[in-house]
Design a protein around this ligand. Sequence first.
Ligand code: CUA
Length: 330
Amino acid sequence: MVLWPIAASAYADQVDWLFLALIALAVTLAAPPILALIVFAVRYRAGRPADRTQPPHRKAGLELAWTLIPFALTLVCFAWAAWLFRTHAAPPPGDTLDISVVAKQWMFKFQHPGGQRELDELHVPAGQPVRLLMTSQDVIHSLFLPALRIKQDVLPGRVTQLWFQADRPGTYHLHCAEYCGTNHSLMGTRFVVLTPADYQRWLRQGGEDDVLARQGAALFRARGCSGCHEGGAGAPVRAPSLNGVYGGPVPLADGTSVIADEAYVRDSILLPGRQIVAGFKNDMPSFAGTLTEGELQSLVAYVKSLGMEGADDGQLPDGRVQPEIMAPHH
Ligand code: CUA
């Protein structure tokens, strides 16, 4: 059983030591009076033939000692915590890796300096200071990285900052820590710390995803998907727009809703009649057997990229448009 979340940074270790010291101090200070209370309550309870003749007498030195020593010890903890807070309030001078973050119901969208984007998962290199420049497109969210012992609210119309240096490669948790609506508990998944070499490899692969999405975009037009899904009012058949759909909840005709993940997009291409979007009819032919696996993959990558663009342009999955937000600048 794990009592303590895994620590992935030197800072997390320091926070843990402070936390342990606070617990130890609290127990040390609280235990004596509580034990004395129990002992005296038993010894001098009503009906007990105890000696009660001793007059009360004060020992000023003793009273000062048990007041001032605990006070000094708690001040030590205060100074320690203040020092830790100050040391880590701002990133070290020099190069930080700046990643921009847009939160919306219910996803985190991350963009790396090279343009590589990812949803809900965050990949970072170990041993390098990373700065997250965060803003929200709707309500208040909060990015929580338990393995680093850090958390920061993400606010609409404002850019908040969170910086860290992860030291131990591994896969950890990433959560939204501010209740933000129905699917709050599903917001955020993995925080992946890679070695610098693996991070570079991952970045290049992110570039390949973009290539896949571009192929998907061409296919989307070539196979006629765009005619209905982008056709607007003049289209022969009314079909839901796919902008900003990926990663969010999709209301279905039967009153339930699903999260638009890769499996959902794939199923919707192959078995369009299985899950009908609320407010639409089942007009789409199945593409099962007419697309290769590779073509399916690039179409899914394209829809995925539309989801991320949706997170950029203020378009919510249900078509509502959010007021202008300040873009994070570097
Ligand atoms: Cu976003 Cu809770």
